[in-house]
Write a protein that binds this ligand. Sequence first.
Ligand SMILES: NC(=O)C1=CN([C@@H]2O[C@H](COP(=O)(O)OP(=O)(O)OC[C@H]3O[C@@H](n4cnc5c(N)ncnc54)[C@H](OP(=O)(O)O)[C@@H]3O)[C@@H](O)[C@H]2O)C=CC1
Ligand SMILES: O=C(O)CCC(=O)C(=O)O
Length: 665
Amino acid sequence: MESSFREHRRDLRQVALVILDGVEINAKNKQESIKTGVGILDLIENHSIIGLAREHIGTWAQCVTKETAKAVEELSFAKKMYNLMVGKVSNFVQLESFIKKEASSGNKKVEKKIQRGILNYSLIDTNNNHIFKKMSLSNTIKRALSASPKVLAADNPKFYAMVLDFTQSSADILEKELLKQNELKIGHDLQMREDQVKAMERTVDQKKKTIEGIFDFMLPCKSIIETNFRVRMDDGSHKVFSGYRAQHSHHRLPTKGGMRYAPDVDMDEVKALAALMTWKCAACDVPFGGGKAGITLDSKAYSVAELERITRAFAQQLNKHGFLGPAVDVPAPDMYTGEREMAWMANEYQRLNPTDLNAPACVTGKPISQGGVHGRVSATGRGVFHGTDLFINNQKYCDMIGLTTGWEGKTFVMQGFGNVGFHSARYFARKGAKCIGISEYNGDLFNENGIDILDLEDYKLKNGGSIVGYPGARAWNAETEGPLIEAECDILGVCAKEKVITADNAHKIKAKILSEGANGPITPKGHEILVKNNQLVIPDLYLNAGGVTVSYFEWLKNLNHVSYGRLTWQFTEDQNRAILGSVAQSLAAAGQNIPINASEELEKSIHGASEKDIVHSGLAFTMKRAGLKIMETADEFNLGLDVRTAAYISSLRKVYEVYSQAGFN
Ligand SMILES: NC(=O)C1=CN([C@@H]2O[C@H](COP(=O)(O)OP(=O)(O)OC[C@H]3O[C@@H](n4cnc5c(N)ncnc54)[C@H](OP(=O)(O)O)[C@@H]3O)[C@@H](O)[C@H]2O)C=CC1
Ligand SMILES: O=C(O)CCC(=O)C(=O)O
């Protein structure tokens, strides 16, 4: 499936190029048009009617108009039409009536163009033979192009297709660059014999094929398991659950990534999340391949005893099929799972593998008593803070979005008040930003004077896990005031779930910075709109990597069988006190009897670094280094505010290097 996805993209890219053959066009528009061509795939896959109108009209406008200026004008007109349609047109019938209405506006120029739009539209809708005939398109595309468009929601891509889309467009840029670097510079050397030239050509051709081969291999998921297992319920009945684990990349082992419990978990979702994990680990130089697991269930509907039996049964399945173990695949917490579930999994794995000395390293995010590491619980939120901190203090990025640098005086809205949202909000507020809104699944809170994050967390814990009714803020009425994430603020933390910002609402978001604590909260089309509107999206594959970074530290701790700082704690204190004593002695020898004491500040840290200190500084360093690398990549490829593409390119390049140096067997 994945390779055919790539084939389709290639076909479409070629279609776009053929279309452009007849059109002299400057490089920037050419790039845009290639994107447009590739974008057709989205509408085929998602049957997005808004996309359909935009992409078809845009692309066909280019293909029927063979003059440069006109082609550009048509494309911009198509885009204007698209913008007009957003929010008004979500199905085929609405599209037709929209076009008819616009076509009878009385403006001759508009009428003509709209007619051409309809013509182009119907060409593709019914005939499918114009320029596409010349291409050897795959059957899937032929079928899709000749089928009548389906009536579906505007921008609701499949999660895995969405991650592939982001990856593919970045891979295209990097692949092109690598191919360019390997281009043959012959013809200049007059001394070179023909056979030498031929040999060089063969080498270059082989290199090209290797590059393409590696790119084809890097993108798809490598191994996936679906397991249906039976669990006894408290009332004696038996229930069958579906669980999944995807291992996206084996370029480094073990594979690593969380495990979530949610009613809508399916194969597509875990594949998407596993792929994201690969690029996330690479972004932060965490030496793992990507993985993700999930069980399709509503965790709130089961007792603790039932959840324990479900988790243990799932661990048995993963273990049996080689999807669990310190050297092969290491899960961690994700949505609706936490330390408790990790403790059950570790315990079950240990029970099944009693001779494995490294058994505790089979999962991370465990409680401290089970081999967990200090700082894992808050790590993702801490990472979200560090990443946002790097960008919010960067003059160049702040200038691009028209914001002053620094946290002081900034306002933020947080979507999601679970593990990631709560800790991110806590650190944002600690640095001086004001939380004016919290959006949760079952209700939203607003207070323009600021919400006390710790107080709200206390309330949530005492109130059965719900923030509704919190006295320190008023309830936000989404019906009359609009969705809270669209409220005026400087920073929007998107820390709940995937696909919450799409082409349908991206243009309504006012925040200047969007911090992606969640995985996949913004669709490719949503992302495009935000970037165009000069908003800075700090992308998931970098920003929420704090969790897996500290998981890496936990895994290392388990393999080392000793906690961080234990061997140096006392030694460092003794040495520091000896230095102070030595200074006092030297002064005394010179006749100066001055007692040398540690200051209050030094006294606090006179001992060696604790596990918490090491984890926190290791995380801060990792986030800073990765963020700077991404900024450097953005500059190198001239990507402006498209930090997501920069992050993907940075990660792809690292994984590519591993494969190209490891070779093929
Ligand atoms: N935990 C981790 O270490 C990491 C998590 N992530 C990602 O962060 C995101 C959140 O995970 P995490 O915090 O661990 O999960 P949690 O289960 O702790 O929290 C999720 C929170 O989001 C809320 N929520 C769910 N849907 C919506 C919605 N549509 N609007 C507003 N709020 C909503 C939930 O509310 P309610 O409880 O009422 O349902 C819950 O409070 C996920 O995308 C996850 O993959 C990324 C990296 C690491
Ligand atoms: O800690 C880990 O291993 C993975 C965390 C995770 O699931 C994620 O980053 O999405």
